[in-house]
Design a protein around this ligand. Sequence first.
Ligand SMILES: C[S@@+](CC[C@H](N)C(=O)[O-])C[C@H]1O[C@@H](n2cnc3c(N)ncnc32)[C@H](O)[C@@H]1O
Length: 351
Amino acid sequence: MMPSRPYVSVSLAHGEDVRRRLLDLGLIDIRYKIVASDDALYIPLTDEVTEELLDAKLTAEFSFGERVFTPAAEGPKTLTEALQDEIPPELLDLVPRAYDLVGKIAVLEIPEALQKYSKVIGRAFHSIHENFETVLSKQGAISGQTRVREYVLLWGEDTTKTVHTEYGCRLAVDLSKAYFSPRLLEEHNRVASLVQEGEAVLDMFCGVGPFAIHIARRVRAKVLAIDINPHAIELLRESLSLNRLVGIVEPVVADASQYVAAMEGSVDRVIMNHPSGAQAFVKDACGVLRPGGVLHYYDFVGGEDPEGEARGNVARLVEEAGRACKDITLVRRVRDSAPYEYQVVADAVIE
Ligand SMILES: C[S@@+](CC[C@H](N)C(=O)[O-])C[C@H]1O[C@@H](n2cnc3c(N)ncnc32)[C@H](O)[C@@H]1O
């Protein structure tokens, strides 16, 4: 008899995002095949998963139950298994367990000690994840004003350009030309879900425009999306034609500080997702936010109390800008950014 497993089912529109999220959390039972019906994906889960856990981890609507799944084909299930005979046993522990999946591209981080096996690792990765057309490895850290890094091809088509889908939003991405992280999907969706019909939103550091696209797909708001990197804005323009939008997005290549200083009128909400640099721009944001408007402030913070530090930073910076935080409605860790350091967001209502 075929084995019965707990499963989560989600609409096909959210299927890929949910699958990636559960895979990152290690909650998918990869010994079984995912089932796709006409309108839903059924994902087999490990025994520890409960409906409460899914409620806490997923934002998409889902149903939870138990059903029969077909075992996945025999063969290696993990990259480490696939490399058993390819690299020395003492190095197997260093094989990357996590990777980023961006559209048709998989991105690995190969430790120094495994560099000479990187092409072998790329081929092995593809042998167990056949639907990716390109496997890249990160080269160096994200740096500079435009927050990009270099990549080296490990396997497949030599490209850094793809279309990534998150929460049904199609985003044109070119990893070597403009910043993009597939780990921010929950944050893009969270902020977009707060935007009301008719709002004027300013995204000061829009990158390839994920916040703008999420918002304009959901509500009739107007988003002014600024980035200093012309490649980022070119990619956002491409995404505008890939999505059915109800809102309006105005992409602008500019230095956010200079552009905002010359702006007339006010906005209801400012998004400042440039955690390594946002501090220097809070004054500009405060100059255009209407009383009662919301600032989404992002920071890299570590220490004993990262949330407390981000909360303190935004309150101080807003005060230095001659305004005050009426309320800080939320402070949360968005993701790990380095060992003992987090990207934290604070939502502040400005008086
Ligand atoms: C962390 S990335 C943006 C991420 C984007 N909000 C997202 O969620 O994918 C920060 C962006 O700020 C842009 N940037 C840096 N300095 C800037 C400035 N002075 N004015 C406008 N954009 C700037 C960079 O080009 C980069 O795309």
